[in-house]
Design a protein around this ligand. Structure first.
Ligand SMILES: [Zn+2]
Length: 421
């Protein structure tokens, strides 16, 4: 995904918001193997990890035989003993391993001033991961439209700040999904592993439950006060951050669904290690939500459309939290309606179900997934059980590489129309 040396457009507003996050960084070391990354690629990698532009950061590349977290840890320990880095650098370092088109990469971020952090880090053998990505059909890349994706497991790290000085961390395997054509990271956690690990970390740490409703209220307060932006204005703001944040698309949210979407965004980030939240209205009438995690800054922007709806964009995780919606370009036009055929309903349902099934499954912990059930009801009202059966058959054939997935849909639709799971 970092193959092309794209020009990175600095995001002015993001610089202000993320300043404290980046200002605290003393040094960044990128471990790689093979040829040295191009400076642009280095910068993109670091911006990806930190979530902010990195003009003044001291970034160095270091070639190693095997870029793993353990090797990175050993390298920092050596620098520390040689005196080429602060004596307590290891205590202030966080590690992130990434699979990129340059091969495996580990990004080490050494935080600067402030009290030293003590990480409960113990080098551990990485879980055995398959090197070869697995190919799947039937999932459409939002960037290039190609309908084949690759999933690949890699190691990731969850880290939770206990207080200003101490944190706990846990390494785990996460499944990523890339477009098989343009290599864009489409889904950064196909199976929801991150939330499970953070749930465990925060429970152990006795972390208080996030005050979601207060945060939602605060966001709604901001969004009701911004004016609608013209399409070029919205596009301009999107273009400002798109490459730095690796946005997938401008996601359209109808006005009536905004509060629900904001709740899902806040719940999503807090379930995955956010410990601080800030909302602000930028000068250009765009509302920015900023989540801080010990792994970096996680921004989301909302802008109002002329029909009273909103568009949302941010880093890849946002699109997971929002679930499969529609990119703005394909949103229905006001005033057009009534001309939708049964085939259209079937097509749209199949596409969304395949995406939904692969991304999060058809069942939630407390029963059928809400959206899965809703699609079932839509199919039922458009064409009864026959249409549901037709959709089920197509979905089953497209997800046949995932054992149990078609059966899951069966169960999720139990009781909808004449369906018996
Ligand atoms: Zn693509």
């Amino acid at each position: 995904m970092f193959r092309r040396k794209k020009k990175v457009t600095p995001a002015r507003a993001a610089t202000q918001v993320g300043a404290s996050n980046a200002a605290n960084v003393e040094r960044v070391i990128v471990l790689h193997r093979g040829a040295a990354p191009h400076p642009d690629q280095l910068r993109q990698l670091v911006e990806y990890v930190l979530g902010v532009p990195t003009y003044n950061l001291h970034v160095t590349a270091s070639r190693v035989d095997e870029p793993t977290v353990d090797v990175a840890y050993a390298l920092i320990a050596r620098f520390q003993s040689e005196g080429t880095i602060g004596a307590d650098a290891l205590d202030r370092a966080s590690f992130q391993s990434l699979k990129t088109s340059l091969g495996p990469i580990v990004v080490v971020v050494v935080r600067g001033s402030g009290p030293p952090e003590r990480h409960a880090y113990a080098p551990s053998p990485s879980p055995a991961l398959p090197d070869e990505p697995i190919r799947h059909d039937g999932y459409v890349c939002p960037l290039c439209g190609f309908s084949q994706v690759l999933t690949q497991r890699q190691t990731a790290r969850a880290q939770w700040q206990l207080d200003e000085e101490r944190s706990v961390a846990h390494d785990f395997a996460v499944t990523l999904m890339f477009c098989a054509a343009c290599e864009t990271l489409i889904n950064d956690d196909v199976n929801g592993d991150r939330a499970v690990v953070y749930q465990r970390l925060t429970t152990q740490a006795g972390a208080p439950a996030p005050r979601t409703s207060e945060m939602v209220h605060e966001v709604m307060h901001h969004v009701t006060r911004v004016r609608a932006l013209s399409e070029p204005e919205r596009q301009h703001d999107y273009d400002d951050v798109r490459q730095t944040w690796h946005c997938l698309d401008l996601r359209y949210i109808p006005e009536g669904e905004l509060e629900d979407a904001v709740t899902r965004i806040i719940d999503g980030y807090f379930a995955e290690g956010a410990n601080e939240f800030q909302v602000q209205t930028l000068e250009n009438h765009v509302v920015q939500l900023s989540f801080s995690t010990s792994m970096g800054f996680r921004p989301v922007r909302l802008s109002r459309t002329s029909d009273g709806g909103f568009t949302a964009y941010g880093q890849v995780a946002l699109y997971r939290f929002l679930g499969q919606g529609r990119p703005e370009a394909s949103a229905p036009q006001a005033g057009v309606g009534g001309g939708v055929s049964t085939e259209d309903v079937l097509d749209a349902a199949v596409r969304e179900l395949v995406t939904l099934g692969l991304a999060e499954g058809f069942l939630s912990p407390d029963g059928p997934g809400a959206r899965t059930a809703e699609i079932g009801r839509q199919l039922d009202s458009a064409g009864g059980i026959d249409l549901m059966k037709a959709a089920h058959a197509v979905v089953a054939s497209r997800v046949r590489h995932v054992p149990g997935m078609a059966r899951e849909l069966d169960v999720a639709w139990d009781g909808i129309g004449g369906w018996l799971g």
